[in-house]
Design a protein around this ligand. Structure first.
Ligand code: HGY
Ligand code: MN
Ligand code: MN
Length: 422
């Protein structure tokens, strides 16, 4: 099959998408992107994506949580009208604050390009092929990631979805309605035969492929993510009037616990164990007032959930000891604690075959970042294709994969989709 990826067209799509949410310039070059789900930038980016799907003659549908599907109807479906068993690809376009322009978008615009490449090659899929933009992969707004794929796989119930609130107290229902999403969340979960396979193209968000000079990473498993909200309650007071021995300083206690979290992750046996405290709020947050209350997040992951959970158990023990000694209260709420996912052998071998047919080097690897594929694996045989990113950097404005690296990923994705849809 002769496949020619239109590198310029793909670069245009990625840069045009980046304009929506670029903090730095009128994009068309590397941008600093913030694109939180259902924000005006996200809504504008969604409209651009839908236009590009329509330009490729795809049938576009949007579900009640905003998952957006561009479908290339296969011969089986056009003959029988049976809308089952599509081969799907996709990722996300929401971006955390001050991020880059490739995380997620390479999988969405690259998935669209893979379909256009197959269309141009004269290939006709037996199974329908879909490119899917999945809503809210990042935890930025609602505190938990992968909302669209959790909803599709019923990993989160409709009641749990409806109970989600953002930092301003706005619920998911109000936020999605304001962004123009219609329909009921009851209709988002998919049937077990909706997809025949799911393949996600993504930048590696790590240094391995670039360091080894390898074109393609065939993912074998996705690490198990978990998120916690920690609340420390002490006693506020005047920074001048309250002497040190009688203080119950919530921030000092939080700092001690945060260092314990770091050392528990570092000293644990597993090299794959990571833990991050990425957000922290202090109340009342005045220069001359003793912190009365602090809340902060913990993001903890490992390929092995047992190792991850034993580190969290250690953290809970440390919290108890610190709370007693400092006479504060410490509460650790679990927001999500997910198992890892193993990639499907049939999809993995289709990816390997596609890389070999394309003449690209490849290696098998684990994904340390989580992705929608973690939950799509609950409703379809799942696989992921990684491409290198400069310095392994991601979730930063200098995140970068070259047009050549992206095109190689798209070519392998196109061949994989063709193989799975035949
Ligand atoms: O945090 C992650 O692993 C993903 O980039 N949301
Ligand atoms: Mn991300
Ligand atoms: Mn991502």
């Amino acid at each position: 099959m002769n496949l020619t990826v239109d590198t310029e067209r793909l670069a245009y799509d990625l840069r045009r998408l980046a304009r929506h949410g670029d903090q730095v310039n009128e994009a068309f070059e590397d941008a600093e992107v913030t694109r939180v789900v259902f924000s005006p930038e996200d809504v504008a980016a969604r409209q651009f994506l839908i236009q590009r799907m329509r330009d490729a003659d795809l049938e576009v549908t949007v579900d009640a949580i905003g998952n957006t599907f561009g479908r290339w109807v296969g011969t089986e479906e056009s003959d029988s009208g049976r809308r089952k068993g599509a081969v799907a690809t996709g990722s996300h376009i929401d971006a955390i604050p001050h991020a880059g322009m490739y995380d997620g978008t390479v999988g969405v615009m690259g998935g669209l390009e893979a379909i256009r490449v197959l269309q141009a090659s004269g290939f006709r899929p037996r199974r329908s092929i879909e490119v899917v933009m999945i809503t809210s992969e990042e935890p930025t707004r609602f505190g938990i990631g992968c909302l669209g794929s959790r909803a599709m796989s019923a990993n989160l119930s409709v009641a749990e979805l409806r109970s989600l609130q953002d930092g301003d107290g706005a619920g998911l229902e109000a936020a999605r309605a304001q962004a123009g999403m219609t329909g009921s969340l009851d209709d988002v979960a998919v049937s077990s035969d909706r997809f025949a396979a799911w393949v996600e193209l993504h930048i590696e968000q790590g240094p391995v492929l670039e360091a080894k000079g390898i074109d393609i990473g065939t993912v074998t498993a996705i690490a198990a993510p978990s998120t916690y909200r920690v609340t420390v309650l002490g006693e506020g007071g005047h920074a001048g009037g309250v002497l040190m021995p009688s203080r119950r300083d919530a921030l000092a206690a939080a700092c001690e616990l945060i260092l314990e979290i770091e050392s528990a992750a570092v000293s644990c046996d597993s090299d794959d164990m990571v833990a991050t405290v990425g957000t922290l709020r202090v109340h009342p947050g005045a220069v001359n007032s003793i912190p009365a209350k602090v809340d902060f997040s913990i993001d903890a992951r490992d390929v092995d959930p047992v190792s991850r959970d034993s580190v969290i158990a250690q953290v809970r023990e440390s919290a108890k000891e610190i709370a007693e000694r400092r006479r504060v209260q410490i509460e650790i709420e679990t927001l999500n604690s997910d198992p890892p996912a193993t990639c499907d052998p049939t999809v993995v071998s289709a990816i390997n075959l596609a890389a070999d047919q394309s003449g690209y080097t490849r290696t098998s690897m684990v994904s340390r970042a989580y992705h929608d594929s973690l939950f799509m694996s609950l409703v379809a045989p799942m696989g992921m294709i990684f491409i290198p990113c400069r310095g392994g950097v991601s979730h930063r404005p200098d995140e970068y994969s070259s047009p050549e690296q992206i095109s190689k990923g798209v070519a392998v994705l196109a061949r994989t989709l063709a193989e799975l849809a035949s």
